[in-house]
Design a protein around this ligand. Structure first.
Ligand SMILES: NC(=O)c1ccc[n+]([C@@H]2O[C@H](COP(=O)([O-])OP(=O)(O)OC[C@H]3O[C@@H](n4cnc5c(N)ncnc54)[C@H](OP(=O)(O)O)[C@@H]3O)[C@@H](O)[C@H]2O)c1
Length: 302
């Protein structure tokens, strides 16, 4: 297949370019920056310059390359992850305008399928829920404080992608990725460094979230490109939801460091309100049964 990837230079984009290339696909990677073209060609893909906020530009690129599938990895957060709701402004613009331009470009060019990145937090930031949540749950959770616009933009992007096949020849698939970990994931690498220096405390709180290794993200995304169902939503998460505190304790254990000292999520919230909510109180232990059954994808136990 010919696959065009927007967000090719992102944390999930780089391993995806390699994965698609290894599977024999002809891959085109979009970037706005000529300086990043080398990162794309080094993974065997063809770089192309375009800004998805420029509807005419992205439309002419999609028309020119006439891909069979488009992958949207259009999220743009600070390198170490969001600290405040304000940090979501660029991503909100991408979800509300950029992803829409890309989807419209794919529809106009008659691209058969669009696969779009979303995240488990699209379920919302509720503090309770079932032992495992699956894709049949509606959007149960509220936004984080001050984050209504951001969450509405994310959910709006999802709805536009999922409904695409109802009024065009382009079917849409949404992947709700868990919290990334693994090589190349900036926040995970920082946490590893801090744990090595004995400087990573274990945040307390009742929150549980679902995680996913970045290599498993690449495989699941390529699987969705090849055989995802049109109009379907998939949780792309590993088998082990856990609290941030357990993630830190496990990391310390693997590095043979002593048990980390605890820090209250309320105290973390004074400096970093978003992570304190997302990891301190949010209940998101998700099931990956649908992705396993429909995509034939299995996260590697690590
Ligand atoms: N599920 C998760 O845990 C999760 C999800 C997302 C991000 N994160 C974390 O957040 C941090 C930042 O990652 P990120 O992926 O959000 O940001 P990023 O690494 O800055 O990547 C953003 C991508 O979007 C592209 N892009 C942005 N605006 C664009 C536009 N107007 N037109 C075309 N392309 C555009 C960028 O392309 P160019 O710059 O090449 O033009 C880049 O490829 C990382 O630590 C990552 O691990 C975590």
């Amino acid at each position: 297949m010919r696959v065009l990837v927007a967000g090719a230079t992102s944390v999930p984009g780089i391993p995806l370019l390699r994965e698609l290339g290894e599977r024999g696909h002809d891959v085109i990677g979009v970037t706005r920056s000529p300086g990043k073209a080398g990162e794309i060609s080094a993974r065997g893909a063809k770089p192309v310059l375009a800004d998805v906020l420029d509807a005419a530009q992205i439309s002419s690129v999609v028309k020119e390359f006439a891909p069979d599938a488009v992958v949207s990895l259009l999220t743009t957060l600070p390198k170490l992850g969001p600290i405040r709701i304000k940090d979501f402004e660029p991503a909100t613009r991408l979800w509300s305008r950029g992803a829409g331009n890309l989807l419209a470009a794919a529809q106009q060019a008659g691209v058969a399928r669009v696969v779009a990145e979303s995240v488990i937090f699209a379920y919302g930031y509720g503090a309770t829920g079932p032992a495992r949540m699956d894709e049949t749950d509606p959007y149960p959770g509220p936004p984080p404080r001050g984050g209504a616009e951001m969450l509405a933009a994310l959910r709006g992007m999802e709805r536009a992608v999922l409904g695409s096949g109802e009024h065009s020849n382009t079917e849409g698939i949404v992947l709700r990725y868990g919290v990334f970990y693994g090589p190349g994931v900036t926040h995970d690498e920082l946490f590893r460094k801090l744990a090595r220096w004995w400087a990573l405390p274990a945040m307390t709180g009742t929150g549980i979230v679902s995680w996913v290794h970045i290599e498993d993200v690449a495989k699941a995304t390529a699987d969705a490109v090849e055989r995802g169902g049109g109009g379907e939503l998939y949780n792309i998460v590993d088998d082990r939801p856990q609290s941030f505190g357990d993630y830190v304790r496990e990391l310390n254990g693997r590095l043979h460091r002593p048990r980390p000292w605890p820090i209250s999520h309320r105290l973390v919230g004074l400096l970093a309100p978003y992570p304190a909510t997302a990891f301190g109180t949010t209940w998101l232990p998700l099931s990956n049964a649908k992705a396993k059954a429909d995509l034939g994808w299995t996260p590697i136990p690590r």
